[in-house]
Design a binder for this molecule. Sequence first.
Ligand SMILES: Nc1ncnc2c1ncn2[C@@H]1O[C@H](COP(=O)(O)OP(=O)(O)OP(=O)(O)O)[C@@H](O)[C@H]1O
Ligand SMILES: [Mg+2]
Length: 286
Amino acid sequence: MDQAHNLREFVRKQRSMARVLAVTSGKGGVGKTTASVNLAIALAKQGKRVIVLDADLGLANVEVLMGLNSYYNLQHVIDGEKRMRDILVKGPAGIEIAPGTSGLAKLADLNAHARQNVLDGLQDLQERADFVIIDTMAGIGQNAVRFAAAADEILLVTTPEPSAIVDAYATIKTVIGIREDATFRLIVNMAASPQQALAVMTNLTRVARQYLGITLSYLGHIVRDPHVTQSVMQSNPFTVSFPTSPAAKCVFDLAEKIVRQRAESEHARTGFFRRFAQTLGLASNG
Ligand SMILES: Nc1ncnc2c1ncn2[C@@H]1O[C@H](COP(=O)(O)OP(=O)(O)OP(=O)(O)O)[C@@H](O)[C@H]1O
Ligand SMILES: [Mg+2]
C-alpha cells in the first residue's frame, strides 16, 4: 500500500516537473538573453508558468532587459540565506526571474553545502513552473556547458555570421563530450529571411552529422528587426512593447512549436507511466 502511494506520488511529481530549456550559444552577443526573455513571455501568454534563470553573468542581463531591480539573487541561495522561491522577481506576463550572480561562475569550486543549495533551488524551480529557461553565458566555459548538458533541451542560438556558426559547432562538440544524448534545437537569430536561416541550419546540420554523428533539430528563426534594439533601449521586451513586430511574430511561432513538442513528449511520458502503473495494478485514468 505504501509502495503504491510512493509510486503515485512519483508519477504525479514527474508530470508536474518543468521542462528545462538552456539557451546557449558559441559566440557572445547573438541574442540569447533577448531570446530567453521573449520566449518566456510568449510561453506565458499561452498560459504556461515560466521562470527565467539568469545564469549569464554579463552586464546586459535578464533583469536589465526588463527594467527590473532585485535585492536578492542566486548568491543568497548559494549561501543558504534565501530559498529559491524567495528571490524570484515578477516580470511581464506573469513570468518570474531568478536573478543571477557572478558567484555562479565558480560552480565547480562551491563546497558540498553550497552545491546542495543550488540543487535544491533548481528543484524548487522545476516544481513551480511548466518551463524553466536558463539564459547561459556564451561559449564553452565550464558553466554554460554544465547548464546546457543538464537541461532537457538546448536551444542553441546562432546568427548567420560564419564566426557564430563555427562557434555554435564548437559548443555542440563540447556539450556532447559531456552528454552524448543532448538534444539541440537550433534558433537562427538576426536572420535576413527564412531562407537564409534555413541555409544556416542545413549547413550546420550537415557538418554536425558528418563530423559528430548527431542530428540537430531546427526550432526556427527570428528575423533581424529594429524593434528588438528599440525594445532593448526601452528596457521593455518586444513581445510586450511590439507584439505585432516581425521579431515578435517569430518568437510566438517558436513558443508554439516548443509547446507542441512538449505536448508530444508529455504524451509519450504519460503513456509510459500509465502502462507502467497498469502492469503493477495501480492504474489510474489520470
Ligand atoms: N532579432 C534581432 N534583431 C535585431 N537586433 C537584435 C536581434 N536579436 C538581438 N539583437 C540585438 O543584439 C544585442 C545582443 O543581444 P543579447 O544581449 O540578447 O545577446 P546575448 O547572446 O545574450 O549576449 P551575451 O553573449 O553578451 O550574453 C541586443 O542589444 C539586441 O539589440
Ligand atoms: Mg546575454
